[in-house]
Ligand binder design. Structure first.
Ligand SMILES: Cc1cc2nc3c(=O)[nH]c(=O)nc-3n(C[C@H](O)[C@H](O)[C@H](O)COP(=O)(O)OP(=O)(O)OC[C@H]3O[C@@H](n4cnc5c(N)ncnc54)[C@H](O)[C@@H]3O)c2cc1C
Ligand code: FES
Ligand code: FES
Length: 489
């Protein structure tokens, strides 16, 4: 049985197909049809709802998510708020009123989704911040109103918002969520006509389940798996959700390394990475949308093994490794060895990614990662290129790792190019010679995202860009970027 709060009412579900999405549940079983279905693939935000959960300090965290690609099991222990819950009698919520006042809606199909994203933002953000608004709304598309009016709505909604009817109930909600967590068994499950999803709460139960059912499909945020259900009509018969496994939610930060548990969301990873690897955190701002990052995990992105996944190139360049675990063993593997062939990894049946370990460099380093896609927000990469470089006191390359996505069947290092750089002076002439080796390292494919020639030229240009950026210094008085031209002409 899973238990959650539907607004303020506790719902217990036992007999339900685990392939049911939150959107289907709301519309078909709860007749809450205010939440719309547009694309059913996480791309438009029409289905946006808000989940509320407790963080480690027991503070309520409001998250906008895509109901269309969230499987029902993800609601266990949370509060679910849909658009119907915002209005009280005839009184619109301040986010709804803002959309009315600023003419933020025309056909109205996208409007419930925008309102829910604004509502979640309003709960964390006081005062208008353009960047925060863009991040919060990047996963919501509007075909007719235009974003200026919606931005004005955001301004109104975030400037001195009045208390709403959720605020006085915050303590009750917190207590109920704590009680739900306390009541939950070690391994709740839902099942319907032979299709089952287990939700283990600790690693021992997880490994035991995998010993008994090694053929199970592991479910994390479900942002890849649910697409199989909504776009390809697939039904999983045996799912094991990783999200509630307490050990997999852990993050450990030392001077030497970051350890990120497999159930940690990409949004949480962004905060963790911002300290040592700001460019990695910035890359994640362009990973899908905030809706997706609220549920998707780093481990899911790795295990999915897509050649155009955004995080593998960065992790390879940072020399990250994976702790892989099964009922019988635990092993550690460099992430660059994990990818074998197109969507093939070294993961064995009954094994799972337990955590990702990223070493923190102990000397000065340059790290840059570039994502090239047709659109800035919420788009898949044509190419993703990550570069890690250390220079010795004579300006020679003492360490270099360059990893590319979108250039081969797997994310992989440019080993010939690296060899041409290692030990050489880091200057324009060396880089010009080295970038010719990229055509030995990669023979990319043409597809609707980019041609083979574009990909290769782009990879070369990105190495050049990296070189130029390592030459940049910042004038602390003006903030202007200065290039040390003499170093590369
Ligand atoms: C609208 C949209 C936009 C997207 N944009 C991007 C993007 O910009 N860049 C990008 O790289 N990807 C993108 N994706 C893909 C997807 O969001 C990511 O791959 C995400 O990180 C998957 O994580 P998840 O937790 O949702 O994985 P899930 O869907 O739960 O699982 C993915 C796969 O990993 C396996 N798995 C999950 N956890 C583990 C584990 N701990 N051990 C072993 N196997 C495991 C599952 O069995 C499954 O095969 C996008 C997806 C959508 C729907
Ligand atoms: S319906 Fe388009 S994101 Fe869910
Ligand atoms: S108002 Fe029509 S799609 Fe946004």
């Amino acid at each position: 049985m899973i238990e959650f709060l539907l607004n303020n009412e506790i719902v217990c579900l036992t007999d339900i197909n685990p392939n049911t999405t939150v959107l289907q549940y709301l519309r078909d079983q709860q007749q809450r049809c205010g939440t719309k279905e547009g694309c059913a693939s996480g791309d438009c935000g029409a289905c946006t709802v808000v989940t509320v959960e407790l963080d480690a300090q027991h503070t309520l965290q409001y998250k906008n998510i895509n109901a269309c690609i969230t499987l029902i099991s993800a609601l266990h222990g949370k509060q679910l708020i849909s658009i119907e819950d915002l209005k009280v009698e005839q009184q619109l919520h301040s986010t709804q009123q803002a959309m009315v006042d600023t003419d933020g809606s025309q056909c109205g199909f996208c409007t419930p989704g925008f309102v829910m994203s604004l509502f979640a933002l309003q709960k964390h953000q006081s005062g208008y911040d353009k960047h925060a608004v863009q991040q919060a709304l990047a996963g919501n598309l509007c075909r007719c109103t235009g974003y200026r009016a919606i931005d004005s709505a955001a301004k109104q909604a975030l400037t001195s918002p009045p208390l709403d009817h959720f605020d006085p109930l915050a303590d009750d909600t917190r207590d109920t969520l704590l009680q739900l967590a306390k009541n939950s068994s070690a391994c709740p499950s839902i099942e319907h006509q032979g299709k089952i999803c287990h939700l283990p709460s600790n690693i021992q139960t997880l490994t035991e389940l995998l010993r008994i059912h090694p053929e199970s499909t592991l479910l994390a945020g479900g942002t890849d798996l649910a697409i199989e259900v909504t776009q390809h009509g697939r039904e999983f018969s045996q799912l094991i959700s990783m999200l509630g496994v307490s050990e997999l939610q852990q993050v450990t930060i030392t001077d030497q390394q970051l350890e990120i548990g497999a159930a940690v969301s990409l949004n949480a990873c962004q905060d963790i990475l911002r300290g040592p690897f700001v460019d990695f955190a910035n890359l994640l701002e362009r990973f899908a949308s905030l809706h997706v990052r609220h549920t998707a995990t780093l481990a899911g992105n790795i295990a999915n093994a897509s050649p155009i996944g955004d995080t593998p190139p960065a992790l390879i360049a940072l020399n990250a490794s994976l702790v892989l675990r099964s009922a019988d063993q635990q092993r550690t593997e460099l992430i660059e060895d994990f990818f074998v062939d197109y969507r093939k990894t070294t993961l064995q049946q009954g094994e799972f990614i337990e955590k990702i370990i990223i070493p923190i460099p102990q000397q000065d380093f340059h790290f840059k990662v570039y994502k090239v896609s047709k659109r800035l927000d919420d788009d898949i990469s044509a190419i993703c290129a990550a570069h890690y470089l250390c220079l010795d006191k004579d300006n020679r390359v003492s360490e270099i790792r360059m990893a590319y996505g979108g250039m081969a069947a797997i994310a992989k290092r440019a080993s010939h190019t690296e060899a041409a750089l290692l030990g050489e002076l880091w200057n324009q002439a060396t880089v010009d010679k080295a970038l010719l080796h990229l055509s030995t390292d990669f023979q990319p494919l043409s597809d609707f995202r980019a041609s083979d020639q574009y990909r290769l030229r782009c990879a070369q240009n990105l190495l050049h860009k990296f070189f130029l950026e390592t030459q940049a210094t910042i004038d602390v008085t003006t903030g202007a970027i200065k290039m040390r031209i003499s170093d590369y002409v």
